[in-house]
Design a protein around this ligand. Structure first.
Ligand SMILES: *Cc1c(COP(=O)(O)O)cnc(C)c1O
Length: 394
């Protein structure tokens, strides 16, 4: 099957992985799992398309081609985790280079940038990325990378992607963007000039809270060569069984994400009108700072939101009363996930730093799954009632 001109992403998600040679010969509707670490060489001095699975494997390649097509890129790379993808991409830098990075990046990225990269002579400046002027001021002569995550975690702050790309191009820097919260279905950063798109495929792309995986995509062929070299040199590739699982999961991304996003919108509006909720953070709400910029660079607000209750006591009562969601870290699965950033994802951050970022002791994050939205709303209703009772008895 060939791709149609102007094919929609939902169609590409389903067919991209089986547009390779093997499937043409066999007619298989699913990519085979090539459990082969090494590949026979016909003659001395003659190499086939694959030699050793760290440098290339047909199953992994089907996944890498799929994500490259979905992001509108030239080349995709699959890694053992989102952090493996992110840390390998950072290896494009050299000692003496400087990074300007969003102050509310994912915790693992924060850890890598603050505790690993300085050992290799790579320095950084954290900036509030809703402020383009502040980003510009932080650029130094040795700045080689501007690192974006939008919407950010957990308060869904929005960065103006085109604005940052323009700054980066003027100063001859790369831009990387962590697109985990949107997926290519809703946001395609390469189209806006970003150099490297990164994913924790553990989240919406895999969607079933089952595997850990990471992806990177580039548009520039020369940059693709460099990243391919690093993927092979560092070696944190995704195994073929997980590559197969991810290929299958991506086929349903369109259906899953569309439904969970529709539910997220309903839940965000419901929470926005509830007297016990002090604030709702969701880029789809017109009162969300960054709502307009997000609408210009993404086609939807996604399925993660956060909201603020008065304090830890009320938040605790609410969490204990919720029945449907998993109470855990992570997001993007068919099971809704409720989490408490202050003591989960951002536990390592000093309280003052947390509060500066809006991560107060009453903040909860909700990743909307595929349960019926009426059940989720009923669950919120009864849990907020339980939390109200705590408020009135204190
Ligand atoms: C989870 C996550 C990561 C890290 O990915 P892993 O697959 O857990 O290594 C990076 N960025 C964002 C935004 C994430 O949510």
């Amino acid at each position: 099957m060939m791709s149609l001109r102007n094919e929609k992403l939902e169609t590409t998600m389903i067919h991209a992985s089986t547009r390779g040679d093997y499937e043409k010969r066999s007619g298989a509707v699913n990519v085979p799992i090539y459990l082969s670490s090494t590949f026979h060489q016909d003659q001395l001095g003659e190499f086939g398309p694959y030699d050793y699975s760290r440098s290339g494997n047909p199953t992994r390649e089907a996944l890498e081609k799929t994500i490259a097509e979905l992001e509108g890129g030239h080349r995709g790379f699959a890694f053992a985790s989102g952090m493996a993808a992110i840390s390998t991409a950072f290896m494009l830098l050299s000692a003496g280079d400087h990074i300007v990075i969003s102050e509310d990046v994912y915790g693992g990225t924060y850890r890598f940038v603050t505790e690993v990269l300085p050992k290799f002579g790579v320095t950084h400046t954290f900036i509030n990325f809703t402020d383009l002027a502040a980003i510009q001021q932080a650029i130094q002569p040795n700045t080689k990378l501007i690192y974006i995550e939008t919407p950010s975690n957990p308060t869904l702050r929005i960065t103006d992607i085109k604005g940052v790309v323009t700054l980066a191009k003027t100063h001859d820097c790369y831009t990387f963007l962590d697109n985990t919260f949107m997926s290519p279905l809703y946001q395609r950063p390469l189209d806006l000039g970003v150099d490297v798109v990164l994913h924790s495929a553990t989240k919406f792309l895999s969607g079933h809270n089952d595997i850990i995986a990471g992806l990177a995509v580039v548009k520039d062929p020369a940059l693709g060569e460099r990243l391919a070299f690093l993927q092979n040199a560092f070696g944190s590739i995704l195994g073929v069984q997980d590559a197969y699982t991810l290929i299958q999961s991506i086929k349903t991304l369109g259906a899953r994400f569309t439904l969970s996003t529709a539910s997220a919108e309903k839940i965000a509006h419901y929470l926005n009108n509830h007297p016990l909720i002090e604030a709702v953070f969701y880029p789809g709400l017109p009162n969300h700072p960054g709502h307009e910029i997000h609408a210009q660079q993404a086609t939807s607000a996604g399925a993660v939101l956060s909201f603020r209750l008065a304090n830890r006591t009320v938040a605790k009562a609410f969490v204990e009363a919720m029945r449907i969601p998993v109470f855990a870290v992570s997001l993007g699965g068919v099971e809704s996930i409720l989490s408490y950033p202050a003591e989960m994802s951002h536990a390592a951050m000093p309280k003052a730093e947390r509060e500066k970022r809006g991560i107060t002791d009453g903040l909860l994050r909700f990743s909307v799954g595929l349960e019926h939205v009426d059940d989720l709303l009923n669950d919120f209703e009864q849990a907020l009632q339980a939390a109200t009772n705590v408020c009135t008895t204190v």
